[in-house]
Design a protein around this ligand. Structure first.
Ligand SMILES: Cc1ncc(COP(=O)(O)O)c(C=O)c1O
Length: 433
């Protein structure tokens, strides 16, 4: 029944989008499956966006969507935010790609070190993936140890993805994959590899792995284990830094040795950063012993840095981040009520929400492993048909231009969509599978 319902939804979707279908057919000749980001590829083909503004997207067939994907968190400020637009326009006047130092990189670094208590020094990269590669490599090189402790479901970028399906093009780090939210599992790894663990790389909330929040005892326990064993604790806050002015770490009261950042801080331009304690970070300084070079053509990209100053200076304020967090908490609870009535549930924290087609308690990636995700695919298509865009895997990400009114529109579309899904896959059938 679910297969028939999906087939019908795909046909309806394709019939309404002839221009996107043509674009996708052309793209398939030069891009594997017609896209260049696996996460944006869905059946029968992704729609092509023509323009965007605020929290709305318009595709090449003229359909408008309420954007509740928020570019997987990059779009925190929405589309074309005025402050970023003004900053980038100034760069257009002044020039870019200097191949030399410019002013804004200091400004962004200063603002980050001011808001993240654990950051004495910071270095920029072009992406969150790169930031995690720098942080992990720095821990390995400076400690002379090889082992990297990570968690099942952890996603730290295209080359650092630790889902157990093994589908990622990972870099060949020597990793030990432990259970998320299980301190016992991490303790067992420290016991198994005494003196060999260079670092623990962890997200305060599994983001792509299901939007599953880390418990304070788990994250605090990791801090203690790292202290006991002389290992570097790396918090990947590429997603969770949006939870508060000082990041998730300020809410947990935990000081990681290194923190990685990315996504929205660059206002929609490629951004990444690694920051942390002086003793670790100074190894990137010329003339130090030991010393490691760290280069990257776009590390001080003029557009990114100008956008970063605008974002940190006037968009990512204490007040805006707190309000976004509160609105997310409220929306998740309201969505969860609707979802649970149909055998689904909402996970998440603050402005990041995950929709899952199961009602079992979810504290780790393994809790999601057996679930049939097709009901989420159908829900995704039903929402699209009602003009609401979320992540194909059920991710909902809030942005600043959304309002209580758009939240109501989202919830109405969700309720209507769930009715269709419920008819195709009644809860008892789903629970049994
Ligand atoms: C927690 C986390 N870390 C790292 C990354 C990688 O960032 P980027 O896509 O900028 O390389 C992501 C991207 O989704 C992420 O969610």
């Amino acid at each position: 029944m679910i297969a028939d319902a999906l087939e019908k939804a795909y046909r309806r979707y394709a019939d309404k989008r002839p221009n996107s279908a043509t674009r996708n057919a052309l793209a398939r000749a030069v891009l594997p499956s017609g896209t260049t980001r696996s996460v944006l590829d869905f059946d029968p083909f992704p729609f092509t966006v023509a323009s965007a503004s605020g929290c709305r997207l318009t595709d090449v067939d003229g359909h408008e969507y309420l954007d509740y994907l928020g570019d997987y968190s990059v779009g925190l400020a929405g589309h074309n935010p005025g402050a970023v637009r003004a900053a980038v326009t100034r760069v257009l006047d002044q020039g870019w790609s200097f191949g030399a130092v410019a002013e804004a990189e200091y400004d962004v670094a200063r603002m980050l070190c001011d808001r993240f208590e654990s950051m004495d020094l910071v270095r920029f990269t072009s992406s969150g993936t790169e930031a995690n590669l720098v942080a992990t490599s720095l821990a390995i090189k400076s400690s002379g140890r090889n082992k990297v402790l990570v968690f099942d479901g952890g996603y730290h970028g295209g080359f650092l993805s630790f889902s157990r399906d093994g589908s990622s093009l990972n870099v060949p780090f020597d990793v030990a994959i432990c259970e998320y939210n299980s301190l016992e599992s991490a303790q067992a790894a420290f016991d198994a590899w005494p003196g060999q663990i260079a670092c623990v790389l962890v997200e305060p909330m599994l983001g792509s792995g299901g939007r599953i929040q880390g418990t304070p005892s788990f994250l605090g326990g990791l801090r203690e284990l790292c202290d006991q064993h002389g290992s570097v604790l790396i918090f990947d806050e590429v997603q969770t830094s949006r939870m508060a002015y000082g990041g998730a770490q300020s809410l947990y009261g935990i000081r990681p040795d290194l923190t990685t950042l990315g996504k929205y801080i660059g206002g929609g331009f490629g951004f990444g950063a690694v920051g942390g304690t002086g003793d670790l970070m100074l190894q990137l300084a010329r003339g130090r012993e030991p010393h490691f070079d760290h280069s990257g053509t776009f590390n001080n990209n003029r557009f990114t840095m100008a956008a970063g100053v605008a974002m940190l200076g006037s968009v990512l304020t204490r007040e805006n981040l707190a309000a976004l967090f509160e609105r997310g908490e409220g929306l998740r609870k309201r969505a969860d009520d609707l979802l649970r009535a149909c055998g689904f549930q909402a996970t998440g924290w603050g402005s990041l929400i995950g929709i899952h087609p199961t009602d079992v308690p979810i504290t780790r990636a393994a809790d999601l492993a057996g679930a049939d995700r097709r009901p989420v695919q159908l829900l995704f298509h039903e929402l699209l048909d009602r003009g609401v865009y979320i992540g194909k895997g059920g991710f909902v990400t809030l942005s600043l231009p959304q309002t209580p009114e758009t939240d109501d529109l989202f919830l109405t579309a969700l309720e209507d969509s769930l009715r269709v899904v419920q008819a195709a896959v009644p809860v008892p059938a789903r629970t049994a599978s």
